[in-house]
Ligand binder design. Structure first.
Ligand SMILES: Cc1cc2nc3c(=O)[nH]c(=O)nc-3n(C[C@H](O)[C@H](O)[C@H](O)COP(=O)(O)OP(=O)(O)OC[C@H]3O[C@@H](n4cnc5c(N)ncnc54)[C@H](O)[C@@H]3O)c2cc1C
Length: 369
C-alpha cells in the first residue's frame, strides 16, 4: 500500500476513473480505491449522449467501435404512437456495456500512471488522508466518487439538503438484433422502459418506476410494443437493480474534500446524462485542484447540473400520466421541430432561452391536440 498521494479518489466507477485521468493530465499523483474488482458492472441504460462522448474524448478516451453501438437520436413510444428526433447534424450517441466502458477507463487510468487499488474498501477519512482497511494513506485532496449511496458524503458532512425522491430501476440484456437507430423511451402507465442497442446482437433494456416491487418482467407487460420485440429474445444477463432520481446537494465540497458523479447528487436515469455529467464535473474539479482552491467547483457543479435536472423534470411530468403522454406525443408528431429542438437543448447544443418558445409551442399543442 502506498503512503501518500496528491489526490485520493474513493470509488473506481466511471466518475472516479475519469477524475483520476483528469488529475493525472495535470501532473498530480493520484490513487483510486474501489471495494470491488474490475470490470465493474452496474444497472444503467448504457447510452452516452453526444455531449457525454465529447467529455469522454477530452479525457483521451474512445470506446472501441467493435464493442459499441451508435444511436442517432431519441424515440418516444406510448401505446400506438411513436415519434423520434435526431441529434444535431454531425453528432451521435454511443452505447456500450458498462463492463466495456469500465475496462476502457481502467486501462486508460493505468496507462496515465494512476495507482489503482481494487478490492480496497475505504473505511474512513480525515483531513489528512484515507483509511483503507488497516492502512492509512496521506492525501492532499480527497475525492468522493463512491456512488449514489456515498459514505464519503456523510463522512464529509455534506448530506445537508439531500432529499432524494427515489425511483427504482432494473436492467437486463437481450440477445436480439437492434430494431432501431434510436435510444427508445417507452412510456407506460406506471413506468418507463428504455431500450438501447449495445451491439449488433444485444439490446440493453432498463425499467424505472416509483414502485420498488415492479420488476422488469412485470413492467414489460405494460409496454406491449417493447415486450413484443423481446418475445423470442434470450435474456443474456441477470436482472440488476438500482435507484435513480433527481437529487441535489447544497454543498459538494468542504476544505480539501469534494464529491463527483452520483455521490454529488444524481439526475434521473431518463436523461441518459449521468455519465456525461460526471465526466464534465471531473474536468472542472481537476482544474480547481490544480489551482489549489476547491471553492469555484460549487458554482461550476451547479451550472453543469442545471440543464439535465431541468430536462429530467420536464420529461418526468409525463410520468404516470397516460393522457398527457399521448397528447405530448401527438404534439411532437404534429410539430417535429419542437422535439428536435428539445433534444438539441438536452445535449447542450441550444441555449436554455430557446425552451421558452418551444415550451409555448408544446403548451399550445397540448391544448389544441
Ligand atoms: C437504470 C439506470 C439507467 C441509467 N442510464 C444511463 C444512461 O443511459 N446514460 C448515462 O449517462 N447514465 C445513466 N445512468 C446513470 C449512471 O449509471 C450513473 O450516473 C453512473 O454510474 C455514476 O457513476 P459513478 O462513478 O458516480 O458511480 P458508480 O458507478 O455507482 O460507482 C461508484 C463506485 O464506488 C465504489 N465504492 C462505493 N463505496 C466505496 C468505498 N467505501 N470504498 C471504495 N469504493 C467504494 C463502488 O464499488 C463503485 O464501483 C443510469 C442510471 C440508472 C440507475
Amino acid at each position: 500500500m502506498l503512503n501518500s498521494t496528491d489526490v485520493f479518489v474513493i470509488g473506481g466507477g466511471p466518475a472516479g476513473l475519469a477524475m483520476a485521468i483528469a488529475a493525472r493530465q495535470r501532473g498530480l499523483r493520484v490513487a483510486v480505491a474501489d471495494g470491488r474488482q474490475p470490470p465493474i458492472d452496474k444497472a444503467c441504460g448504457e447510452g452516452l449522449m453526444p455531449d457525454g462522448l465529447a467529455s469522454l474524448e477530452r479525457l483521451g478516451l474512445q470506446l472501441p467501435v467493435s464493442e459499441a453501438y451508435r444511436f442517432r437520436g431519441i424515440r418516444f413510444l406510448s401505446r400506438e404512437l411513436s415519434t423520434d428526433a435526431s441529434f444535431p447534424v454531425g453528432s451521435f450517441g454511443l452505447a456500450a456495456r458498462r463492463t466495456v466502458l469500465h475496462r476502457v477507463m481502467t486501462e486508460r487510468a493505468a496507462q496515465v500512471g494512476t495507482e489503482l487499488l481494487w478490492g480496497a474498501a475505504v473505511t474512513g477519512i480525515s483531513a489528512d488522508g484515507v483509511n483503507v482497511g488497516k492502512d492509512f494513506v496521506r492525501a492532499r485532496w480527497i475525492i468522493g466518487a463512491d456512488g449514489s449511496n456515498s459514505r464519503v458524503r456523510r463522512w464529509a458532512g455534506l448530506e445537508a439538503g439531500y432529499r432524494p425522491r427515489l425511483r427504482y430501476a432494473f436492467r437486463r440484456h437481450y440477445r436480439v438484433a437492434p430494431w432501431t437507430e434510436h435510444m427508445e423511451v417507452h412510456w407506460g402507465k406506471r413506468c418507463q422502459g428504455y431500450a438501447t442497442a449495445v451491439g449488433d446482437e444485444q439490446v440493453c433494456v432498463a425499467l424505472a418506476s416509483h414502485d420498488p416491487n415492479l420488476r422488469l418482467e412485470d413492467g414489460l407487460k405494460e409496454l406491449s410494443w417493447l415486450s413484443a420485440r423481446l418475445e423470442r429474445a434470450e435474456a443474456v444477463t441477470t436482472e440488476r437493480g438500482s435507484v435513480t432520481g433527481n437529487r441535489r446537494l447544497k454543498r459538494v465540497w468542504r476544505g480539501n474534500m469534494a464529491l463527483i458523479g452520483d455521490a454529488a447528487g444524481t439526475v434521473d436515469a431518463i436523461t441518459g446524462e449521468g455519465l456525461g455529467l460526471a465526466f464534465s464535473q471531473t474536468v472542472a474539479l481537476a482544474g480547481c485542484i490544480e489551482a489549489g482552491d476547491l471553492s469555484p467547483y460549487q458554482r461550476i457543479h451547479d451550472r453543469l447540473a442545471l440543464r439535465p435536472l431541468l430536462m429530467a423534470r420536464l420529461m418526468l411530468t409525463l410520468d404516470g400520466r397516460p393522457r398527457l403522454q399521448h397528447r405530448t406525443l401527438q404534439t411532437f408528431q404534429k410539430h417535429p421541430e419542437v422535439f428536435q429542438r428539445l433534444l438539441a437543448l438536452h445535449v447542450g447544443a441550444l441555449p436554455a432561452q430557446d425552451l421558452v418558445w418551444d415550451g409555448l409551442t408544446l403548451g399550445w399543442g397540448l391544448i389544441t391536440a
